[in-house]
Each structure stands twice: as structure tokens, then as C-alpha cells.
Design a protein around this ligand. Structure first.
Ligand SMILES: [Zn+2]
Length: 175
């Protein structure tokens, strides 16, 4: 079987002068490209506190053999370690695809203040796509959710990955 092709999309570097959501999502997108080149499902996430990136990760389920090694979980763990507090108060999580049930739960339990994702997931997304865990009425933590930042590029990346996987190997588990 031929080796899986390298990622056909280029990394994105935006001006430091305008640190908006697209600026930070570009870092998550670039981590997703790293995931592809490590033969992982191309999803990336970063955590930002006070304008600083305190967590940055890509999906590592295949390489680690760990079903919990989603980009969001790793980035949240790094962020808690970096700031020395499990409560990620004032933190924003940027992720290229809508968080799954596990990662949406981790957003609640880590008390992030905001989640920004690029691509909605109608099948497994739990921040509005398939269901909305952030809307649990009795939950003692809710956060702001914003959607669609860099959606086109992030969708193109994920779709290209699965299109090529289908022709080169049996379909893997999605994350
Ligand atoms: Zn997840």
C-alpha cells in the first residue's frame, strides 16, 4: 500500500497586529495539519488566556492508542498545568471541529469561559450540532460558544483527509 499523502493544504500565518478569533484559529488549524502529517485525524485545538497560548495540541488517538487523546483534552490539560489551576477561568478554547461528547464535557468541567469552533458536527458535536451539553439547565457552568471561524478551510482539511483515507485504506474511526 502506498504511503498516505502529505497534507495538501498549507499552514496559515496571520498578522500579529490583529489578534482576533481568526488569528487564534489559524494556530489550531496549523496543529490540525501537524495531525495529518502524523497520520492522525486532522483536528487541532489551542487554549488562550489573556492573549497567551497556554495549550496547543492535535489529535493523537492513533499514535498513542488512547481514545481520550483528542486535541481539546490534551490542550486543556496543558493549559491547566501552565496556569497552575484546573479552573480555566477566562480561557478560550479554539478548535477546528465542534467538540465531541467527551470534549464538550471537558469544557464544562474545566470551566472555560468561551469555546470557538470552526466546523459543526451534526453527528457527534455536543455544542449545538447534534445536541448542546452547554444548555444543561441545572449545570453550574455555562460558557459562550462561537461558531464558523475559518470554517471553510477547516472543513476542507477534514474532508480531504477522509476522501484520501477512503481510497488508500479502510475507513478509520473518526474522533
Ligand atoms: Zn473530542
Amino acid at each position: 500500500m502506498p504511503p498516505f499523502p502529505p497534507c495538501p493544504l498549507q499552514k496559515v500565518f496571520l498578522s500579529q497586529l490583529n489578534r482576533d478569533d481568526a488569528f487564534y484559529m489559524a494556530f489550531a488549524f496549523n496543529r490540525a495539519i501537524d495531525a495529518w502529517n502524523d497520520d492522525e485525524v486532522p483536528i487541532g485545538a489551542i487554549v488562550v488566556v489573556g492573549g497567551e497560548i497556554v495549550g496547543s495540541a492535535h489529535n493523537r488517538v492513533s499514535g498513542t492508542g488512547d481514545p481520550t487523546a483528542h486535541a481539546e483534552i490534551i490542550a486543556i490539560t496543558q493549559a491547566a498545568s501552565a496556569i497552575g489551576d484546573w479552573r480555566l477561568k477566562d480561557a478560550t478554547l479554539y478548535v477546528t471541529k465542534e467538540p465531541c461528547p467527551m470534549c464538550s464535557g471537558a469544557c464544562i468541567m474545566s470551566r472555560v469561559s468561551r469555546v470557538v469552533y470552526a466546523v459543526s458536527d451534526q453527528k457527534m458535536g455536543c455544542l449545538g450540532g447534534a445536541t448542546d451539553l452547554n444548555a444543561l439547565p441545572a449545570s453550574n457552568h455555562h460558557f459562550v460558544v462561537d461558531r464558523g471561524v475559518m470554517e471553510h478551510l477547516c472543513r476542507e482539511l477534514i474532508q480531504a483527509y477522509f476522501r484520501l483515507k477512503r481510497v488508500s485504506a479502510p475507513a478509520p474511526e473518526t474522533s
